[in-house]
Design a protein around this ligand. Structure first.
Ligand code: AMP
Length: 401
């Protein structure tokens, strides 16, 4: 594929060629066409994937074509380094247009930044702290913003910028295009996407968004105090030839492995507190079928070449859907079939609801004979943005449904 296929304005096309970019990277190939249609986009992409150009090219195209003469695009970045990088990329891509950018960040001369803003920039690249400061002092107005980019959303949240982000987003017009980029789509960025984006196109590069279709996934609702007992019961099934049991913590992995060994199940544990020698021995034993069950934490299992397993059992549900998909992907490799079983307590219903929402399906519920029947119902949506109540009432329902 070539950039010329996107029908970007010739001035931007030319800047890309000057830059030596002829073929779009995967994140650009997927983001640019939908962004050019004006749709909201949420992309899972890391630095180095070409994401800056993925949002700058369609943004500049829009502002250039509409002969924008006011501040019309806001790019929010977590760090000064990133803001500088985005501004540098902007200068290169906008070189054949009349568009100008201003950069707003801490630790630099205010005077220069304010001059840049006042001299008629159409694009503002800003770190949240200094931007809030300028908004409070009425140095910047965001009431004519048409495009908002939230860059490195996961990092913005890690750095504690959620309150600032919420305040900024309240000041931009409701009718706008919003693009969000994040290295991961954990619960935090997912929540931002739900709150700030409208029916976004999802772009995920180099990452699976769903477990293989050959995996049978099911949920076993269970009371917290019955979890271990239920695991033992499930492991009695002869069809479970080789299983990985995932736990959320190292100490739980140890405890479960000991419990299984005590019940004469050939089990071994693998987690970050075990030495490399112990981990290698565990893996070799599991591979050679000396162990039937391997109890593992997510981190320990990542990047390991674990052989095919017939069953993946989630003793605890992972917090992040991405981890769930990684875990489940350990079975049903090479087109074979496999089964993923998740023990879920009523306390985990929020995590389950989120998982099912991201997977886009309700997983089958199973019952084990001799155990109390438990219903796990999805909780009412948590109002994480309660301060926005008045705003949500006034906005049209369809836009955020
Ligand atoms: P980013 O992920 O935006 O930080 O970009 C990483 C690097 O990839 C930057 O140095 C860009 O100049 C470069 N880059 C972006 N898009 C392309 C492209 N289509 N072809 C080659 N290099 C690119």
């Amino acid at each position: 594929m070539l950039f010329s296929e996107f029908h970007l304005a010739p001035e931007i096309q030319r800047a890309l060629s000057d830059r030596g970019h002829h073929q779009p990277t995967p994140v650009q190939a997927e983001t640019i066409p939908v962004a050019l249609e004006g749709r909201d986009v949420v992309a899972t992409a890391e630095t180095g994937s070409g994401k800056t150009c993925a949002f700058l090219a369609p943004t500049l195209d829009r502002l250039h074509r509409s002969h924008s003469d006011h501040l019309a695009a806001l790019i929010i970045t977590p760090t000064r380094e990133l803001a500088t990088q985005v501004a540098r990329e902007f200068t290169l891509l906008a070189r054949h247009t009349r568009l100008r950018a201003a950069v707003v960040m801490g630790g630099e001369s205010e005077k220069r930044q304010i001059e840049e803003i006042r001299s008629g920039a159409q694009v503002l690249v800003a770190c949240p702290g200094r931007l809030i400061d300028y908004l409070e002092r009425h140095i910047v107005k965001l009431d004519r913003i048409e495009v908002v980019v939230i860059d490195e959303a996961d990092r913005l949240l890690d750095m504690g910028f959620l309150p600032q982000l919420k305040r900024i987003m309240k000041m931009v017009p409701r009718h706008r295009q919003t693009m969000m980029f994040s290295a991961t789509m954990a619960s935090g960025p997912e929540m931002l996407a739900r709150e700030f984006l409208h029916n976004p196109a999802r772009v995920t590069i180099g990452e699976k968004t769903a477990p293989p279709s050959t995996v049978r996934q099911s949920i076993y609702p269970v009371a917290l105090e019955d979890k271990s007992k239920m695991l033992l019961e499930i492991l009695k099934r002869p069809e479970i030839e080789r299983a990985i049991v995932f736990t959320r913590t190292k100490s739980r992995a140890d405890r479960i492995a000991r419990m299984l060994q005590h019940a004469h199940i050939r089990a071994v544990q693998i987690h970050g507190d075990r030495s490399q020698g112990q981990r290698n021995a565990a893996l070799a034993g599991f591979r050679a079928r000396r162990f039937r069950v391997m109890v593992a934490t997510d981190l320990a299992a990542r990047g390991l070449d674990i052989p095919d397993v017939s069953h993946v059992i989630n003793f605890d549900l992972p917090e992040e859907t991405e981890s769930y998909i990684h875990r489940v992907g350990r079975t049903a490799r090479m087109g074979k079939s496999g089964e993923a079983i998740s023990l879920v307590t009523p306390e985990e219903r929020v995590t389950l609801a989120r998982l099912e929402r991201v997977l886009g399906e309700q997983l089958e519920r199973e019952h084990v004979e001799g155990f109390e029947k438990i219903q796990i119902t999805a909780p009412k949506p948590v109002k994480l943005f309660s301060s926005d109540r008045s705003r949500s009432r006034s906005r049209p329902r369809s836009r955020w449904a």
